[in-house]
Design a binder for this molecule. Structure first.
Ligand SMILES: [Zn+2]
Length: 436
């Protein structure tokens, strides 16, 4: 900044650009603590007026400078103007903010409180979107005058509006905000973007031919008439939300039921306008949406890290299936004995099943089968309970998938078998996962 006094520096800036108190003060924002930029600007302008007056008295400055600057130093130079020119100057509009910044702060505070209250959001953040023009003007000022103590208008708006709203009982929260107030400057538009709500829950699929996610085909209606995700969309109304999506820990085939312990999932409610809803109301809305085909139990709130955990820990979970198997050849009691003995902590190698090859890459995976216990119904039909590592393709464990799964029920007994019905009866995630 050289040896210029702050007053002279302010005079130099104002000779080039008219700035309101707050915009001038912002150029020196890091000087003097616990002051507002408006205070700084006011102090600088008063000092500038005093400096100009001093020079006029000493005859070091001509009237031209007062003539030019008095509209930019209004109302602090009004006294001098009246004395020397016989009238008050017409104040000039701020080069940077067009005199909008003060009004915007008031309006954004008021509107912000209204938006936060109506969406039942308590913890919030302020975001500011500046026009390119204002941003460029700011940069130009800084590079032209070398202003190492300046802050950006964006920063100031965020801080000041945040502070004002906080005084009304809301809390600025950088980690877990419930909503972000977005202020467009200088357009003045103020909008609220609410953060998603996450529920930790479980679902049961009592019906068959229900997919997990809503899965519309390109040509028209979804492949399956109903999905767990569609059932969860019953929360749209409850939360006045824009969308509801689910993140489950693994998935069963659409034709398999999900029984027993149910499957853990996180329900994400996007952009809710109603935030606080009793858990019982959430659960009953979900079950109503499930139409008796899908059931839910809400276990509490969750966050994004649980979503990530469900995605990553898929393989480490342990699952139990109840299946109905049909064999082409008759099975003897010894065959049953052999199957149960053979699949005890057995590692199975599976190439991607033929039925999903069109949408998954062809890889080989190794999964453990912990146990198989069977119960004959007829010589050709039996029930089996299979306990296995998550991610095992159970239908292929039975059929062998033309040799792509090794070993399989079919390969062990050398009798072609097929799984005609499949239910998941337990999903055990192994280690406990965090909830909030
Ligand atoms: Zn301004």
């Amino acid at each position: 900044m050289g040896n210029d006094s702050l007053a002279n520096k302010a005079i130099k800036i104002l000779r080039r650009y008219p700035l309101c108190d707050r915009c001038l003060g912002r150029m020196f924002a890091r000087l003097g603590l616990a002051l507002s930029n408006k205070d700084r600007g006011r102090a600088l302008k008063i000092s500038a007026v005093m400096e100009i007056h001093r020079k006029l008295i000493l005859g070091k400055e001509d009237m031209e400078i007062l003539k030019q600057l008095s509209p930019r130093l209004s109302p602090y130079a009004d006294g001098l103007s009246i004395k020397y020119f016989g009238e008050k100057p017409e104040p000039e509009r701020c080069y940077l903010c067009g005199n909008l910044v003060e009004t915007l702060m008031e309006e954004a505070t008021e509107k912000g409180i209204e938006l936060l209250s109506s969406s039942e959001s308590q913890r919030f953040l302020v975001g500011v979107k500046l026009s390119k023009e204002i941003h460029e003007k700011e940069e130009k000022l800084k590079s032209e005058f070398g202003l190492p103590y300046a802050e950006s208008i964006k920063n100031e708006l965020k801080r000041e509006i945040g502070k004002k709203i906080q005084q009304k009982g809301f809390t600025v929260d950088f980690d877990e905000s419930e909503a972000i107030l977005i202020i467009h400057f200088p357009r003045g538009e103020i909008e609220l973007e609410t953060s998603p709500i996450f529920y930790k829950a479980r679902y049961w699929k009592i019906g068959r031919y229900i997919s997990q996610s809503y899965w519309p085909t390109r040509e028209g209606p979804p492949k399956y008439p109903f999905s767990v995700e569609q059932a969860a969309k019953s929360l749209l109304k409850v939360h006045k939300a824009e969308d509801v999506i689910i993140h489950a820990s693994g998935r069963e085939d659409a034709d398999a039921r999900m029984l027993g312990t149910g499957r853990p999932l996180v329900i994400e409610v996007k952009r809710p306008l109603k935030r606080r809803v009793e858990p019982e109301i959430v659960e009953s809305a979900l079950n109503e949406g499930g139409k008796g085909l899908v059931k839910f139990k809400v276990e509490g709130h969750a966050n994004r890290s649980l979503v990530r955990a469900y995605k990553n820990e898929l393989a480490s979970s342990r699952k139990t299936y109840k299946i109905l198997v049909v064999s082409e050849q008759p099975l003897s009691p010894e065959d049953h004995e052999e199957l149960q003995m053979f699949f005890r902590n057995k590692t199975v190698e599976q190439r991607t099943p033929i039925r999903v090859l069109h949408r998954r890459s062809d890889i080989t995976r190794r999964r453990k089968v912990y146990s198989v216990s069977t119960m004959p119904i007829t010589t050709h039909v039996f029930l089996a309970v299979v306990e296995a590592e998550g991610g095992l393709y159970v239908k292929e464990l039975v059929s062998g998938d033309e040799g792509r799964t090794q070993p399989s029920f079919t390969s062990v007994l050398k009798k072609q078998m097929v799984c005609v019905d499949l239910d998941v009866v337990s999903v055990d995630l192994g280690k406990p996962l965090n909830t909030v």
